[in-house]
Design a protein around this ligand. Sequence first.
Ligand code: WT7
Length: 652
Amino acid sequence: MNTTHDRYPVPQGFAGPQTVTQEQYEDLYQASITDADAFWAKAAERVDWYRAPTQIQDTCLTNADEFHIRWYADGELNVSVNCLDRHLEKRGDKAALIWESDDPAIPSQRVTYRELHAKVCKMGNALRRLGIARGDRVTIYMPMIVETIVAMLACARIGAVHNVVFGGFAPASIADRVRNCGASAIITADEGRRAGRKIALKANVDAALEMPGMEGVRSVLVVPNTGTPVNMVAERDYWLDRLMERESAECEPERMNAEDPLFILYTSGSTGKPKGMLHTTGGYLVYAAYTHAAIFDIRDSDVFWCTADVGWITGHSYIAYGPLANGATSLIFEGVPSYPDASRFWQVIDKHDVTIFYTAPTAIRALMREGPEPVLRTSRKSLRLLGTVGEPINPEAWRWYHGVVGAGRCPIVDTWWQTETGGILISPLPGATECKPGAASVPFFGIRPALVDVASGTLIEGPGEGNLFIRGSWPGQARSIYGDDRRYYESCFKDYPGMYFTGDSCRRDADGHYWITGRVDDVLNVSGHRIGTAELESALVSHPKVAEAAAVGFAHDIKGQGIYVYVTLKAGHAESDSLRQELVAHMRREIGPIATPDHLQWAPSLPKTRSGKIMRRILRKIAENTVDDLGDITTLADPSVVQALVRERRMA
Ligand code: WT7
């Protein structure tokens, strides 16, 4: 890898009230490590507490029986009060949310803090009236509209635990998540909009509710979004706007303990079962708000636009909770970068005078392919800071983002983090860090990355590359995998006690900057979305004609990684193009469009070791078409299997 890289110095003009400067970063970072409790006690002051915490950190990461993570454990607060009520006096008329539709002809919406407060109270009251109470789980399956944020905050207000399921997931994936978290209500919309098409959200919920084990869902609340008629079941389904009309605009917030659950969000791990990461109230809010303020250098006049979907952690922390806790204006966008054309992002920036823009490398690469013209026909003069998240950004895309989108004026924060971390852990600070294209750069306050050498299993000091761990804890860290504490400990903490294993590999350069190089477990990163190979495989083998399947990733120009699957059919079934299409459709139906394979190769059999383990290393090489160097295949039970696969790959 290239070790001499171009450097982009800290620009002038980063001197707002929350800006961290170069000298401050060093001092604050040292302080955050040497006296972590004092540091995090101070950080907690940015949140309003009913009862301020006196206990700061209480964690045991070193043994299975006593494993626990607690922050601010005797504190009491309500997240919705922090995101709404406390801003009313000074910022009641400031826009909390700006909504931009998928369809540019649909007028945008501007929702003030006062209006958002009223909506959240009404929805909170409506939920309570349906019997939803503190601690109950509520699944939210929604498009990117204002009501989605209202639903999250309404749950937080009454102490219900939300579980947002990405609107692109199929009925079977909704059902899995609803069952796993035991949700008693689902909030959804009639339909969503995406690139000019309609997404049948309510119909997907109906289909999920037909599946076994869904009896726990007593109510379905439906937002009329497109106005299309949908099936409504009496005594179960309710139009949410009608329920809210009758409710008061005041709703008594629940006084929550800092460690009460706030939400559960599912993500892929290396087994076939998505894991429900559990985030709690106090530490999560402090961490989301603090990282949002410091890393994005938030000022009162900012219009902050994070293009993620609220179905992912990015949307939770940096569309909803971080910005609203900070009293910022957060833009929510229902659409996609390429609709109606490749200039959409930049037009929306001009339309709403967006100052901070936060998106994913896959979107940047796709737009870069369209050339500079769609960008250059817009002004973008409001922009002062850019961000990326979701996967490593290739230096070429970084430079295009910096030079063309940001006209060379805006620093880029390449923010590394995960569903499990709750907020950003490694990122440049725009007023403090010299940027290097492709580097996530420096740890946030209180974060102690560690690299473990893969071959020796020992810690790397100084420059080097290895598996990325984080020592100790931070307030935003996930507390558990919902209903499975053991699995959390075993999969992330067991091998190196006291450290959290991220699943990523990473390089540290001579300046101590971190460069994430990708996943090391059986998890793919497709367009910034995590998907486990085991989930893809179990969806495939659930098809009656499939005997066996293996899924691997391969380098993809736009998506970062693409999905390559190998399928062995049961005896008596013939390989055909129509069966190929049937299997692709089956995967989309079982998981959702994000599981669409880019390649499906028939495999008369799969390469296995003598003990029966599939050799993914070889399948990855065949998928990458780097078959000249297959490495050692002598441990294979039947090496001729590989030759057959390579031959077929060449012919494809
Ligand atoms: C995985 C986490 C947390 C936001 C969105 C994804 C990859 C994320 C970066 C980055 C390189 C990154 C990692 C990580 N990733 N941000 N800036 N540079 N890789 O959340 O679905 O939990 O996925 O995304 O591989 O482990 P997620």
